[in-house]
Each structure stands twice: as structure tokens, then as C-alpha cells.
Design a protein around this ligand. Sequence first.
Ligand SMILES: [Zn+2]
Length: 171
Amino acid sequence: MVGSFGHICESIENLSQDYLQPDQKKNSLLNPRAPIYASGISLMLADHDLVNHKLYNCPNHWCVTDVPNLLCPNCKGKMKCGTTYVSPSAENTVEGGFVKGLITYIVMDNLEFMPVSANNFITLLNKLNVKDVSALEETVVDFGVEEGLKLLKLSLECKTVLTSFYLGNVP
Ligand SMILES: [Zn+2]
């Protein structure tokens, strides 16, 4: 496989379910499904957002659609009760993300990752043939949405993502 994206998937597969939030499943990361409103619609980015998107349901059944007055498949009544779609955001999310907080991860140059443990650390030092721990250097890096997007692009292109980004000449 070109790039490093496969290593991220592999790392997720190897990650114990114990590290995930209780309501999250690995499968939704490994086999993401398009949200309901995107099915049957072009995969091009929509020119509207869903913040004020209306949904309509049958007053008698748990059916919902985004087209007003469609007929309910159960009772053939008009689905016309307006409901407002609520987008997930920092304000309405109880605890965001997939993995639990307060756990530190080792991320490799090819984006393979694993929880920090003495075992993982020693295995890595051996694998990378590090004989003298004092030769290691600590570097603090900035990481935000912009960096995330650039790393995502690099992850599709090369296997030395972190080196290319933080030590190379990536614009
Ligand atoms: Zn109905």
C-alpha cells in the first residue's frame, strides 16, 4: 500500500476496546458509513450545512425524511411534522472522540500508533536499534486542524509522514 494510511487502520485494529469510549466501536472507524442524509446523494461536498436542516416525520411512526410531505411507508400518511437536525458540536457532545482521555500514545513516523507502556517503549527501542537513550531528543510540535489536514495528505503519499512534515520542507 502506498502511504501510511494502512498503518493507522492496522493500529486501530490492534488497539484494545478498553481504550475506546464506552459508546464507540472500532468498526465505525474502520468501516465508516455515510450519514443518513448523504445516502443517494452525490459525494461532492454540499454547499449548505446541516445546522438548520429540517427533517419531517410521520406523527404515528418512527420514520423520518428530509423531503416534506412524502408518504409514510407504514400508514401512507404525510410525513410533515418538522424536526430540526442537531449537528454534533463541542457544546452538545458529552465526551467527544473515539478514545478515552488521559492515555498517552506513541505515534510512529508511518503513523502506526500504540498506547505508551514500558513494554511498547522497550520493544521500540530495540526495533529502532537505540542503544543510548540519552541520544534521543525531545521536540514539542504544534498540532491543530491545519497540521492535521497536511498530515492526512502526507499519510496518503509517504511512509515517513512525521519526518516529512516536521523536519522536511513540506509547505
Ligand atoms: Zn405513519
